[in-house]
Design a protein around this ligand. Structure first.
Ligand code: SF4
Length: 354
């Protein structure tokens, strides 16, 4: 078993998810999960997946509940560059079929695949194709003999250990582990405990974290504790919201912790009765476009002259309301004062040149 022993080191082994390294010294990667059924390989699906990748999604997982979904996912994997993960429960034939395509990883739990020979078939093919397996332990679906354990973190680690033993007994070590609970404390405790004992890379996340606001808060609390201790190699924010929101939340958490240094850093005022410029409206129209830019810049969007010019000057590009006009600042210099309705076009023209 790949254990670290008592001296805790956060270095894990590296697993290749497609061509993306996870673990070791690799940068933290951001994941999300596709939220709709895979009913057909359409151009719209390909474009939406590409859009998520442009926002910073490094790995995208899909539920594969039937053979039709496996076929669509396989076709999609041939069309997009982002590593795709097949999430499979119960039916080992789905895992086998997915591995006929350029799938980057499969998520299965050997315990729910059934007979040993079925697990062996999946593992043999994963070995043959060099496809990693993520074992995803969720507190809500622990095996029966662990479900009533008082120490939920220890029970999750024990469940992971049992799944790892099955894979290792078949000579398989290309493993990523996740230990998730909807409870922040228990998620943190389980990941800490696991990281002390094992050197497999960890996919971290608070599962079923809730709608946007509670989900962001719970995920942020768990991630900041774990990442400050060097625990976690790839992360997913699980929200009852869009995949875009999951990816953008993960980006912000990593940026705020100094662990992600690319992409637009957005500074914006909350707006109040002094605002001469519709900050909320501007952001609603532009945020997705801004976040998809592959530029390492700070952008400020401010409502009025109280704090606006200061923040806008400190940013690489800033816009602020000033009376009935919007002022645009580029690297500390005011470059234009113009009516609000002309601002977006001018703003993005400036940004394009930076
Ligand atoms: S910058 Fe102006 S509009 Fe925005 S919150 Fe501050 S005072 Fe209000």
């Amino acid at each position: 078993m790949l254990e670290k022993g008592p001296a805790r080191a956060m270095q894990t082994k590296t697993v290749l998810v497609g061509s993306l390294p996870v673990g070791g010294n690799s940068p933290l990667s951001i994941q999300s999960m596709w939220k709709k059924p895979l009913s057909g390989l359409t151009e719209e699906l390909v474009a939406e997946v590409g859009g998520l990748a442009s926002l910073g999604c490094d790995i995208l997982r899909f539920a594969v509940p039937d053979m039709g979904s496996a076929e669509v996912l396989g076709g999609l994997a041939r069309r997009v560059a982002i590593p795709l993960v097949a999430d499979i429960h119960f039916d080992h034939k789905l895992a086998l079929r997915c591995m006929d395509f350029p799938i980057a990883k499969i998520r299965i739990n050997p315990g729910n695949i059934g007979a040993r020979w079925k697990v062996e078939e999946v593992v043999r093919k994963a070995l043959d194709k060099n496809i990693p397996i993520r074992v995803g332990v969720n507190h809500g679906s622990l095996p029966k003999h662990l479900a009533d354990e008082a120490d939920s973190a220890a029970a999750m680690v024990k469940a992971a250990e049992e799944e790892i033993e099955v894979l290792e007994s078949l000579g398989f070590g290309n493993i990523v582990i996740s230990l998730k609970s909807s409870d922040t404390e228990s998620t943190v405790a389980a990941n800490r405990l696991f990281a002390r004992r094992f050197a497999y890379p960890l996919h971290i996340g608070v599962t079923e974290a809730g709608p946007l606001i509670p989900g962001v808060v719970r995920s942020t609390l768990a991630f900041s504790s774990l990442l400050a201790e060097g625990i976690g190699n790839t992360l997913r924010v699980s929200l009852s919201d869009t995949s875009e929101a999951e990816v953008l939340t993960a980006r912000e958490i990593l940026s705020a912790l100094g662990l992600r240094k690319k992409g637009i850093r957005l500074v914006s005022c909350p707006r109040c009765g002094r605002a001469g410029f519709d900050v909320h409206g501007f952001l609603a129209k532009t945020q997705r476009r801004l976040m998809a830019l592959d530029k390492n810049l700070t952008v400020a969007v401010m409502g009025c002259v109280v704090n606006g010019p200061g923040e806008a000057r400190h940013a690489d590009l800033g816009i602020t309301g000033a009376g009935n006009k919007a002022m645009i600042f580029r690297r500390g210099q005011m470059v234009r004062s113009l009516p609000e309705e002309e601002a977006i076009e001018f703003f993005f023209a400036e940004l394009d040149g930076m």
